[in-house]
Design a protein around this ligand. Structure first.
Ligand SMILES: *[C@@H]1O[C@H](CO)[C@@H](O)[C@H](O)[C@H]1NC(C)=O
Ligand SMILES: *[C@@H]1O[C@H](CO)[C@@H](O)[C@H](O)[C@H]1NC(C)=O
Length: 236
């Protein structure tokens, strides 16, 4: 009613209540830190791929299909399908399923071969070239160059690092670099660690720059679908 003052029942907070509230918050945070720390020590048990096997596979793909990027990708997917039973790990064998990826200022496209909570394996690249920040990640990253070159440096480096086909650019978790695919480059990228924590970096440019909601939709759809397919067979 007009003119009527709303009266609110205001409960005075007792100092003890406040103490209990904050104490329980601290306990919850400490518990989360402890669980997170424990999970971090055992995450290796969920890894299926092996970085040196993937490196050999990338080199074999280059050797078997020179000058043929599509042939290299086919070689990789065929080999992985033969060597990894589908009750152990789920792979996305549809190599036409590419989506844009804008992250750290760089732009390319990716084909997600595998995504789960602790690992992903993608083909990433662009025939045009791009340059940006690698991102600071909670996963180790193995970037196996298939075609073209990737250059990189970190603060203090006065000469660039140069990665050519057959080489692997290893970026340990917690480190970041500037990188450049000078004239187009495609790579088999393998990451192992806490993959969901990498997703904000992979999606941030959509919200702050490209506003490409079609890409957002397909990135979330394919990543989510692959993670769930893997969870269903117990692949974390
Ligand atoms: C898969 O690739 C690896 C590395 O090149 C090779 O040693 C292995 O024999 C291949 N397996 C199949 C089934 O093609
Ligand atoms: C690959 O391409 C390069 C440059 O175009 C050429 O020199 C080379 O002969 C090609 N190799 C094969 C196996 O086609």
């Amino acid at each position: 009613m007009p003119g009527t003052k709303k009266t609110k029942l205001r409960l005075e907070t007792q100092p003890q209540d406040l103490l209990i509230k904050w104490a329980s918050r601290v306990v919850i945070v400490l518990l989360l830190v402890a669980v997170g720390g424990f999970l971090d020590t055992i995450k290796e048990r969920w890894y299926i791929f092996d970085p040196s096997e993937l490196h050999e596979l990338a080199q074999a793909a280059i050797a078997s299909s020179p000058n043929d990027t599509a042939g290299m990708i086919q070689h990789i997917v065929t080999n992985l399908t033969l060597t990894h039973p589908s009750n152990q790990i789920k792979l996305n064998i549809d190599s036409s399923e590419w989506v844009f990826n804008n992250a750290g200022g760089a732009m390319g496209a990716m084909y997600i071969i595998h995504a789960s909570i602790t690992e992903y394996l993608i083909i990433f690249g662009t025939p045009l070239g791009t340059e940006g920040h690698t991102g600071l990640h909670t996963a180790d990253d193995y970037f196996n160059i298939l075609v073209g070159e990737q250059w990189a440096f970190r603060p203090g480096g006065l000469e660039m690092e140069r990665y050519t086909p057959g080489m692997v650019h290893f970026l340990p978790r917690g480190t970041a670099k500037q990188y450049k695919m000078h004239e187009g480059c495609f790579a088999l990228e393998y990451a192992r660690g806490w993959i969901p924590l990498m997703l904000p970096f992979g999606l941030a440019d959509i919200f702050t720059s490209t506003l490409d909601i079609v890409t957002l939709y397909h990135t979330v759809r394919v990543t989510g679908r692959e993670m769930i397919r893997n969870l269903f067979i117990g692949k974390i």
